[in-house]
Design a protein around this ligand. Structure first.
Ligand code: COI
Length: 355
């Protein structure tokens, strides 16, 4: 499969590339950006001609609604380079569809496939030397949309800016991840925006996560807002639990993001004939399994972190350490997934798309 081309696009090339100043072996996630970015404005009811231009700051009116009401959405995707120097995307259609679902939920205009996919393809072609070969090297892609319309009246903006920026990335977490199971704070509620990749969903996590950080934990396992009895997500990732040899993950809902990595893990597990159950998982089941020794693994799944094992969790001030295993399902599934993404294993699912 190949990416849809974009018909009409203005290109302003950077006069110098920053690439030689970047230490690709020592990247902090999301800190370095490539030479170019894509911008496409929405005005008077339609999308204007997209422009690819040198990566740089830009100005927006201080009254723009993104600053006051947080009308902003984003996506997270990755590009990979194979041994023949071809650049590949992983299930990009899923991100495109989800971006437009998020747009609808936030009363923003949908972006056309030609702008989203065609613009991304062109941008990746221009900055392709930033995608490095080899497992562990990726180019993180951040498409986003902000409300640029001026005026502080609390109503949807009439103007928007869609952008794509690119950031070379290795791992998201640099050390072990320990989590606290949420007993008071919530990430999302029924009828809210939890299933959308809305900027506010992430900033709402910052304060409870900071409190967890202060206690020595990196992330929070979010529970349902009404009863705090169901395990839903881990930090910015979907979450999986392995009890004995069965994997469990919560079903998507209005509160849970329909993660591309999550659904790929489910499909991979099914292919590998690993027992997997998609159903609500109760905090009390987790505690019982931790106490009787049947809880083997917990891991988060997301585009940025891929699959991230969790080494322990705290609930009601009691800390439970996960066992160190010789054969970890998380590691095994991660290897199978990243081999497909990097074109080192056959893609029997048709997930990879050539740029
Ligand atoms: C991703 O995994 O791509 C996300 O969107 C999470 C983000 C906070 C890095």
């Amino acid at each position: 499969m190949e990416v849809t081309p974009l018909i009409d696009i203005e290109i302003i090339s950077a006069s110098n590339s920053k690439i030689n100043s970047v230490d690709f072996e020592n990247l902090t996630f999301g800190n370095v950006f490539t030479d170019h970015m894509l911008i496409c404005d929405f005005k008077e009811g339609s999308w204007q001609k997209p422009v690819i231009q040198p990566y740089a700051p830009f100005t927006i009116d201080p009254s723009a609604k993104v600053f006051h009401y947080g009308q902003a959405i984003f996506e997270g995707m990755k590009a990979y380079k194979d041994e023949e120097d071809a650049v590949w995307l992983f299930r990009p259609e899923e991100n495109f569809q989800r971006f437009n679902k998020s747009a609808t939920r936030m009363a923003m205009p949908e972006v056309t496939e030609s702008i989203f996919m065609g613009g991304l393809k062109k941008l990746l072609q221009i900055d392709q030397q930033w995608v490095k070969k080899g497992i562990g090297n990726t180019l993180y892609i951040r498409p986003f949309m902000i409300a640029t319309g001026h005026g502080v009246i609390a109503a949807p903006s009439q103007e928007y800016r869609f952008m794509i920026i690119l950031s070379p990335a290795r791992s998201y977490y640099s050390g072990e991840v320990k989590v606290i199971v949420a007993e008071h704070f919530s990430r999302a509620a029924n009828g809210g925006i939890g299933a959308a990749k809305a900027a506010g969903n992430y900033s709402a996590q910052f304060y409870p996560t900071k409190l967890a950080n202060d206690k020595g934990f990196q992330q929070i396992i979010w529970t349902d807002d009404a009863t705090h009895t169901k395990l839903e997500e881990a930090g910015t990732m979907n979450v999986f639990f392995r009890i004995n040899d069965t994997l469990y993950t919560a079903p998507t809902s209005e509160r849970i993001l329909d993660g591309v990595t999550r659904k790929s893990v489910i499909e991979l597990a099914q292919r590998e004939q690993i027992n997997i159950e998609v159903r609500p998982i109760l905090v009390e089941e987790l505690i019982a399994a931790a106490k009787n020794g049947s809880l083997k693994e917990i891991f988060g799944a997301g585009t940025a972190a891929v699959i991230n094992p969790i080494v322990g969790f705290s609930y009601q001030e009691n800390y439970f350490e996960l066992p160190q295993l010789e054969h970890s399902m998380a590691i095994d599934i991660k290897e199978k997934l990243t081999n497909i993404q990097h074109k080192l294993a056959e893609d029997t699912f048709g997930w990879t798309v050539k740029v």
